[in-house]
Design a protein around this ligand. Structure first.
Ligand code: F6P
Length: 549
């Protein structure tokens, strides 16, 4: 039983019914499902905003989907959704509301946390960001020596890096090409070194992005960036014109030496991995301009509204989340691939890794009891067609079931010119061909009919039945990017709700942080650090030896 007296997930009749259904279905053949229902290819699709979502190539029947929706009802996914949108403290282990949806709400919306409408302050920060972004873009904001800013370096890590870095890349075609943008996250000094080595400090703006402003990687990189700047400009007063901060922690920002007038605020109800549409998106806003940024937020909001109001049968994040449950819990799939066929989305899957794996990589439920069911999958993938020449072999013919999302666009973005734009059909031909091959494979008879010698037939046979979702839009615009990200945010939400885990904390990353602080003095000074295990002690000794210490 759960604390609220309900059955634990794996004991519910809905879970048991799904397990039984899975057994009865046995090996599902997509060829048979399509033969039995000729309209499946178009009937099993949904639209949300600008996205066309094809889920026909899944190992599911109407009955599967009905049972999955019953599981969602039994686990009260929509109840938790409504509590989130109402601003309730659904992040129970940190006792916080979860309101990234408020970041993209229209100006006249009313969303309350502890009786206070947070929408006006969201828009006040957006307005302040827009004013600042405008000044940088126009050249009105100058550096310490009076030169205009040409380079923007965002220093942050995790959600304070991945979101803006991913979105900058995704929307590069919409960026101001006279400005250079770089993203520094790794505490390996090489990251900052390579980012600034060819920059002129007099033209460089550092944006220090950290929700807590205590994250060691970010504070260390920001301190080094400051030394680099002061070495070049030789005047402490330069910091005010070359450093701004994005944070919830004004005290720490001031302590670092950044004027809080140059701080853009957000709030504890914005999770790090849900934050790039808050002040954390400042670098992106400078790159694409406030209007495009608003278009992106409106895209997010459109999908928020869809998730909040669409019935279960047509609710796309619900469907995507439940399909993941189907494979992860009833087919033993361990991972999920996200494969964008857009070079601009080269960082999209890396972004989703934090969103999904930091959210649902949990092994206790919301009552603190060990789960007895699988939770979040390993999320991975890179843009097609590169993956086709690397790991697709395993997806096609390996022994593991890997459900995949294919994301593609009808139009190329930007000014590619005629010849490069013409390559788009080839890109998308690969896109469609892959999902076809994954779903329907190639039978031994088909292989034989091509005259393949018998000893090679098994090697050249593809079983198929590799499930995929196809997400198709006309073009990768700011709005479409917002729609896509919101879709995945809510998909992750649905899965966390079903698995009854707190998707909004991240205690798993804490231990490593604490231990790193303990090990560092041992590396430098050879101090006898208490609490180091035998293996770590030996490794520290080898490391010190290699460094000649
Ligand atoms: O990795 C843990 C984490 O807390 C993430 O959730 C967060 O996005 C990242 O560190 C950075 O945190 P901050 O923005 O506070 O520097």
């Amino acid at each position: 039983m759960n604390a609220d007296g309900r059955n634990r997930l794996h004991q519910t009749p809905e879970w048991t019914a799904l397990a039984k259904h899975r057994e009865q279905l046995g090996e599902v053949r997509l060829r048979e499902l399509f033969a039995a229902e000729p309209g499946r290819g178009s009937d099993w699709s949904l639209r949300v905003g600008d996205l066309y979502v094809d889920y026909s190539k899944h190992l599911v029947t109407d009955e599967t989907l009905r049972l999955l929706r019953e599981l969602a009802a039994a686990t009260d996914v929509f109840g938790l959704r409504d509590a989130m949108f109402r601003g309730e403290r659904i992040n129970i282990t940190e006792n916080r509301a979860v309101l990234h949806t408020a970041l993209r709400a229209p100006r006249d919306a009313v969303i309350e946390v502890d009786g206070e409408n947070v929408v006006p302050k969201v828009h006040a920060v957006l307005d302040k960001m827009a004013a600042f972004a405008g000044r940088v873009r126009s050249g009105e904001w100058t550096g310490h020596t009076g030169r205009r800013i040409r380079n923007v370096v965002n220093i942050g890590i995790g959600g304070s890096d991945l979101g803006p870095a991913m979105a900058y890349e995704a929307l590069r075609a919409f960026t101001d090409r006279s400005l250079t943008f770089r993203f520094v996250s790794n505490v390996d000094g090489a990251d900052l070194h390579e980012a600034v080595r060819d920059l002129d400090a007099a033209e460089t703006l550092f944006i220090v992005a950290s929700k807590t402003f205590t994250t060691i990687e970010t504070v260390t990189n920001a301190t080094s960036a400051r030394s680099w700047l002061l070495d070049a400009l030789g005047d402490e007063a330069a910091v005010a014109k070359h450093f701004v901060a994005l944070s919830t922690n004004a005290g720490k920002v001031a302590g670092f030496g950044i004027d809080t007038a140059n701080m853009f605020e957000f709030w504890d109800w914005v999770g790090g991995r849900y934050s790039y549409d808050s002040a954390i998106g400042l670098s992106l806003m400078i790159a694409i301009g406030p209007d495009r940024f608003r278009e992106m937020l409106d895209g997010f909001h459109l999908v928020d509204e869809h998730f909040r109001t669409a019935p279960a049968e047509t609710n796309v994040p619900l469907l995507m989340g439940l399909l993941g449950v189907w494979y992860g819990n009833f087919h033993d799939a361990q991972s999920h691939a996200v494969l964008p066929y857009s070079h601009y989305l080269s960082k999209f899957t890396a972004y989703l890794q934090q969103l999904d794996m930091e959210s649902n990589g949990k092994s206790v439920d919301r009552d603190g009891r060990r789960v007895e069911w699988e939770t979040g999958p390993v999320v991975w993938g890179t843009p097609g067609t590169n993956g086709q020449h690397a790991y697709y072999q395993l997806i096609h013919q390996g022994t593991k079931l890997i459900p995949a999302d294919f994301i593609g666009f009808a139009e190329p973005v930007g000014e590619l010119g005629e010849e490069l734009a013409a390559q788009h059909d080839l890109l998308m031909a690969n896109f469609f061909a892959q999902t076809q091959a994954l779903a329907f494979g190639k039978t031994a008879d088909e292989v034989r009919a091509e005259g393949v010698p018998e000893e090679l037939v098994a090697h050249k046979t593809f079983r198929g039945d590799r499930p995929t979702t196809t997400l198709l839009a006309r073009e990768l615009t700011p709005s479409v990017l917002g729609q896509l990200v919101a879709l995945y945010e809510h998909k992750v939400f649905v899965q966390g709700a079903v698995w009854n885990v707190d998707s909004f904390d991240q205690w798993g990353v804490e231990l490593g942080k604490v231990l790193a602080k303990r090990v560092e003095p041992a590396l430098r000074e050879g101090a006898q650090v208490s609490g180091l295990d035998g293996s770590t002690q030996a490794l520290v000794a080898v490391y010190r030896g290699l460094r000649g210490r």
